[in-house]
Design a protein around this ligand. Structure first.
Ligand SMILES: Cc1cc2nc3c(=O)[nH]c(=O)nc-3n(C[C@H](O)[C@H](O)[C@H](O)COP(=O)(O)OP(=O)(O)OC[C@H]3O[C@@H](n4cnc5c(N)ncnc54)[C@H](O)[C@@H]3O)c2cc1C
Length: 307
């Protein structure tokens, strides 16, 4: 029987592990399919406090993991494939093996949607990004492309226009899902150029290890052409990793956990941390802060129960 199991080894899970380990709760962290979380995908992180020259994403999360392990946190590779949160202890199935825990911290994140192109995946962190707030600064005076047609695409295009020499917004349809106000704002921005009915067929150039351009195609005429670009930003949504809690932890229609205040979920003893509940800020520092909150709630919850 565990005091606390933490699902996810990104910033939220690792920070929760540091705090609960230092509270002597011997946390077990389930690393999941993406050990280190989303930061393990990227290169330089310049906005996490404490690193004046920046730090590489994988190194930052690896440091957090080591810090948690130094205080006794255990890490287990594997995915949670099922959960039974109907009564306590909670039961967690890790690839076939059930374990029991008094409390649970869900820090399973929200994965960015990608186009799924082979070269796009190889160039993540080298010109391909899913986070304008994180990476916009790297593209000052450069050519930027944003993919998407919803509010977040408009918001990201507007934000990125502060940095880029030009921003091309590419959308596969004629009509936009974005609200009129967001669309109008983007249309009024002289730096943003719209390309509708356009698909991305490929991203170049893996051999150079950096984005230099894309292959585009008009879906109506099938005409294809290459366009030079330095920063390629996906703004086609995120998928919260909450499938294994379906029908148990309350989520909104998109699958984000609904907070019941602080780090609490609708189930007593189950707490949320990080992007799995946050559709607004989605930053390493906010995820870490949320991990700290969840850990403190766990400590108090267990204390109140005499553990
Ligand atoms: C390319 C890129 C660049 C970024 N750059 C920056 C930046 O410069 N600065 C910044 O502040 N933020 C940046 N971000 C955002 C930042 O990475 C996220 O906000 C942060 O990682 C969220 O942390 P998290 O712990 O909530 O979730 P994640 O990092 O998404 O971690 C989720 C964890 O849950 C695990 N998991 C999921 N499902 C399961 C399951 N069923 N069983 C077990 N484990 C599971 C995963 O394996 C993973 O370890 C960037 C994001 C991306 C994609």
């Amino acid at each position: 029987m565990r005091n606390v199991v933490i699902i996810g080894s990104g910033c939220a899970g690792n920070t929760a592990a540091i705090y609960t380990a230092r509270a002597n709760l011997k946390p077990l962290v389930i690393s999941g399919h993406e050990a280190g979380g989303q930061l393990s995908l990227t290169t330089l992180v310049e906005n996490f406090p404490g690193f004046p020259e920046g730090i590489n994403g994988p190194e930052l999360v690896e440091n957090m993991r080591k810090q948690a392990q130094n205080f006794g946190a255990e890490y287990l590779a594997g995915n949670v494939v099922d959960t039974d949160l109907s009564g306590r202890p909670f039961r967690i199935n890790i690839e076939g093996e059930w374990i029991e825990t008094r409390t649970l911290i869900v820090a399973s994140g929200a994965s960015a949607r990608w186009l799924g192109l082979e070269n796009e995946q190889k160039l993540i962190g080298h010109g391909v990004s899913s986070c304008a707030t994180c990476d916009g600064f790297f593209y000052r005076g450069r050519k930027i492309m944003v993919i998407g047609g919803g509010d977040s695409a408009m918001e990201e295009a507007n934000f990125l226009s502060r940095f880029g020499s030009e921003v091309t917004l590419v959308h596969c349809r004629e009509e936009f899902r974005a609200s009129k106000i967001m669309l109008d704002r983007a249309r009024a921005n002289p730096k943003i150029k719209f390309l509708t009915n356009t698909m991305v067929d490929d991203v170049y150039d893996v051999s150079k290890g950096v984005v230099t351009g894309v292959r585009l195609r008009n879906v109506k005429t099938n005409a294809a052409w290459d366009q030079e670009v330095d920063g390629f930003f996906l703004a086609i949504g995120h998928v919260p990793n909450t499938k294994v809690f379906k029908g148990q932890i309350e989520t909104d229609a998109d699958g984000y956990i609904i907070s019941k205040g602080g780090a609490r979920t609708n189930i007593q003893g189950v707490f949320h941390a990080g992007d799995v509940q946050d559709r607004v800020y989605r930053q390493a520092i906010t995820a870490s802060g949320a991990g700290c909150m969840a850990a403190i709630e766990v400590e108090r919850f267990l204390e109140a129960e005499g553990h």
